[in-house]
Design a protein around this ligand. Structure first.
Ligand SMILES: [Mn+2]
Length: 387
């Protein structure tokens, strides 16, 4: 049994205001090409198909291109909803698509008679059961759990798996989109997974909850990584979606299963349509980097280290680079200003700190009514603290 593990396609995503449709179209072409070459039995997509709950027309077209690309190759496509997807929207057409080897699960079981969507495929060693577990939290299962109190996502996943009556002597694969902790440790995160989740928070699921699966195909975390010994894995995004992912090699995780207990994973690299690079140096140094191996057309995050003040450096750099994501200044002055800002913040009262935050985000000062509301809240908080 061979399948591709993908997740976090985030169709419709923008990178610092740049539209990524062409980048994502190349990702689809590469997936289809790899599918034609490798002929996997299935392609698994572990959530966050779209970047937004209301996807744009072009984002929806991309998903259709993926469907059409693998149509006729005899590949089952297994898709679950992530926290970025709108379940009812992603579900559109799913009953029809099921007749065409496309299985889309968007909600966990919520009624007593419902079970997790399961797709069973077979090879020479027998059956492999794929359990599709869309993004779930304890609140979604309140009705189903009844008397049983589910406090966290870990409780929720455990509760759902318990009621499946899974035969662990057979081969089982889980497809899941959650924040998993391994030995209490956070996975390595990047800046594109927003909203950020916190360790020990109610959203975390322990890998021990799913360790009996022969393979857990995970989505949600954007850096590719194994949690433990390699059969519980985040495959990562197919394209860098934040500057923090500049050095990462994105890939398709190709999973091959033999007899029970035999699982191996290898990566088929996905060459980006446009590379993402971080450049650092003085204005002159950075400008001279544009000629190096065609980086003038890369997405670049630039950090300038000049000590003397610069006049409109971004305008200047745009002569050399066609796709500038950001220009930062890192010199003695900017570091001192940053240190002072921190110092100022530490000396502020909570009221002053919020006023400064408000002015910064709203672009105006708070009016008297808003200040009154803030003061009420702060008073309530300090009363609460005394109790
Ligand atoms: Mn995601």
């Amino acid at each position: 049994m061979k399948f591709f593990h993908l997740s976090d396609l985030h169709f419709g995503k923008q990178l610092h205001g740049y539209d990524l449709t062409e980048e994502q179209r190349k990702v689809i072409r590469d997936i289809v090409e790899a599918a034609e070459a490798e002929r996997p039995d299935a392609i698994v997509i572990a959530g966050d198909i779209y970047d937004r709950s209301v996807p744009s027309g072009s984002a929806m077209t991309l998903l259709e291109e993926l469907f059409l690309g693998i149509d006729g190759l005899g590949i089952e496509l297994l898709v679950i909803a992530g926290n970025h997807d709108s379940a009812p929207r992603l579900r559109y057409g799913s009953k029809f698509l099921q007749r065409h080897h496309i299985h889309i699960a968007v909600f966990p079981p919520m009624e007593e008679n419902e079970r997790m969507q399961k797709v069973t495929l077979a090879d020479g060693y027998g059956a492999v059961n794929f359990y599709l577990l869309p993004y779930t939290n304890a609140g979604m299962l309140r009705g189903l759990a009844g008397e049983e109190r589910l406090g966290s996502a870990d409780d929720a996943v455990r509760f759902l798996l318990d009621r499946e009556g899974i035969d662990w002597s057979g081969r089982n694969v889980l497809v899941s989109h959650q924040f998993y902790l391994h030995n209490g440790k956070e996975p390595q995160q990047c800046d594109s997974e927003a909203p950020r989740l916190y360790v020990g928070g109610l959203d975390a699921v322990n890998t021990t909850t799913v360790e009996k699966f022969d393979y857990a195909a995970l989505g949600h975390i954007h850096s590719p990584q194994n949690l433990g010994c390699g059969h519980i894995r985040y495959c990562g995004t197919p394209y860098p979606y934040s500057v923090s992912e500049a050095g990462q090699e994105k890939s398709i995780s190709v999973v091959e299963m033999g007899a029970k207990g035999e699982v191996s994973v290898r990566c088929v690299p996905l060459e980006p349509y446009r590379r993402l690079r971080c450049l650092r140096g003085t204005l002159g140094e950075v400008a001279s980097m544009a000629g190096e191996s065609g980086s003038g057309s890369d997405y670049v995050s630039i950090t300038l280290t000049d000590e003397e003040p610069l006049d409109a450096p971004k305008d200047y750099l745009e002569r050399y680079f066609g796709h500038i994501l950001e220009v930062r200044i890192d010199n003695l002055r900017s570091r001192r200003m940053f240190a002072e800002e921190i110092q100022d913040m530490q000396e502020m009262t909570p009221c002053e700190a919020f006023e400064a935050f408000f002015a910064n985000t709203a672009g105006r000062e708070m009016d008297d009514r808003e200040k009154a509301v803030l003061l009420d809240i702060l008073e309530e908080l300090s009363d609460g603290r005394k109790e």
